[in-house]
Design a protein around this ligand. Structure first.
Ligand code: ZN
Length: 306
């Protein structure tokens, strides 16, 4: 059975910002209302420790971050900073660590109902991202000897530039990013980048995803997948011009998670971006990812002997 990691502490006050932190609580409430989950299906995370954060970030950056103020290293987040915001990011990162751990330990699908902050670099924040929980989740599993080979499947609208940089010299971690090409960020180099033109249709997106993802899985053969399930490839999104309908994003989830299920691969999903004018649309896209996790988690066999 899929596991969901959630805390009320994921919310933080970022003022009138395009990044809507209330989406976390709205998703939680919708999952309960729709009967997708019961209250005891949610697991409460602990904040990531400073020692864990230093697996991927420099001690100087971590020090600056926990000073709760903007410095040369933190100001590129394009987000306000406060003690509450830093605590929420540390808790969200702890949630991704827990989601990864539970996925591998229980050989299932999990979702951290936050996270996906793939633009943070070792020594600086960037693009609404203070802690690169994507890199942290994978690095922590490997550090603890729970897995060796992993794949990051980043389907957020924006390239996972921070994650690509962090694993640039690590052949056991394959970074895959499918994103809109001519928008933020300045592109880094993932192991495989699919940069799509503006106005790309849902059909074209899904064809590119399916072809390249299945190839990459066959070639790299990971033991674990971290799925960055951004809601921002949506056609209404305010930060991009890809033309995916909500149904296309649902199909995207089924392609990624279906490919994992077919290969008996545990996977953890994180939410990442989503900037639809109506927050309900963003929440619906994330809800569909959660529903796909529930539907497909039964198909992940309990280990290679099952
Ligand atoms: Zn994004």
């Amino acid at each position: 059975m899929a596991k969901f990691i959630y805390s009320r502490g994921y919310w933080c006050d970022v003022g009138a910002h395009v990044f809507r932190t209330e989406k976390y609580g709205l998703l939680h409430d919708k999952m309960l209302e729709m009967g997708l989950a019961r209250p005891d299906d949610f697991v409460e995370p602990k904040p990531a420790s400073r020692r864990d954060l230093e697996l991927i970030h420099t001690p100087e950056y971590v020090g600056d971050l926990f000073s709760n103020r903007h410095t040369m290293r933190t100001v590129r987040s394009e987000m306000p900073i406060s003690r509450q915001i830093v605590e929420a990011f540390a808790l969200g990162a702890g949630g991704t660590v827990l989601a990864c751990r539970l996925a591998v330990a229980e050989h299932t699908f999990t979702m951290n109902m936050a996270g996906g902050f793939h633009h943070a670099f070792p020594d600086w924040a960037e693009g609404f991202c203070y802690i690169n929980d994507v890199a942290l989740g994978v690095a922590k599993l490997r550090h603890d000897g729970l897995i060796r080979k992993a794949m990051v499947v980043d389907c957020d609208l924006h390239q996972g530039n921070g994650t690509a940089y962090m694993f640039r010299d690590e052949p056991d971690v394959f970074t895959f990013s499918i994103h809109e090409e001519y928008i933020y960020p300045v592109k880094g180099q993932s192991d495989l980048d699919i940069g799509l033109p503006g106005s790309c249709s849902g059909a074209q997106y899904l064809a590119e995803l399916e072809e390249h993802l299945l190839d990459a899985l066959e070639t790299h053969r990971p033991e674990f997948v971290l799925y960055v399930a951004g809601a921002d490839p949506y056609r209404e999104d305010m930060l991009g011009t890809l033309m995916l309908e909500i149904e296309d994003l649902k199909r995207r989830d089924e392609i990624v998670l279906g490919a994992c299920a077919e290969r008996d691969l545990p996977a953890a999903a994180v939410l990442a971006g989503g900037y639809a004018p109506l927050v309900e649309d963003t929440v619906r896209i994330h809800y569909n990812t959660a529903a796909a996790l529930v539907a497909l988690s039964d198909k992940v066999a309990r280990g290679p002997d099952a």
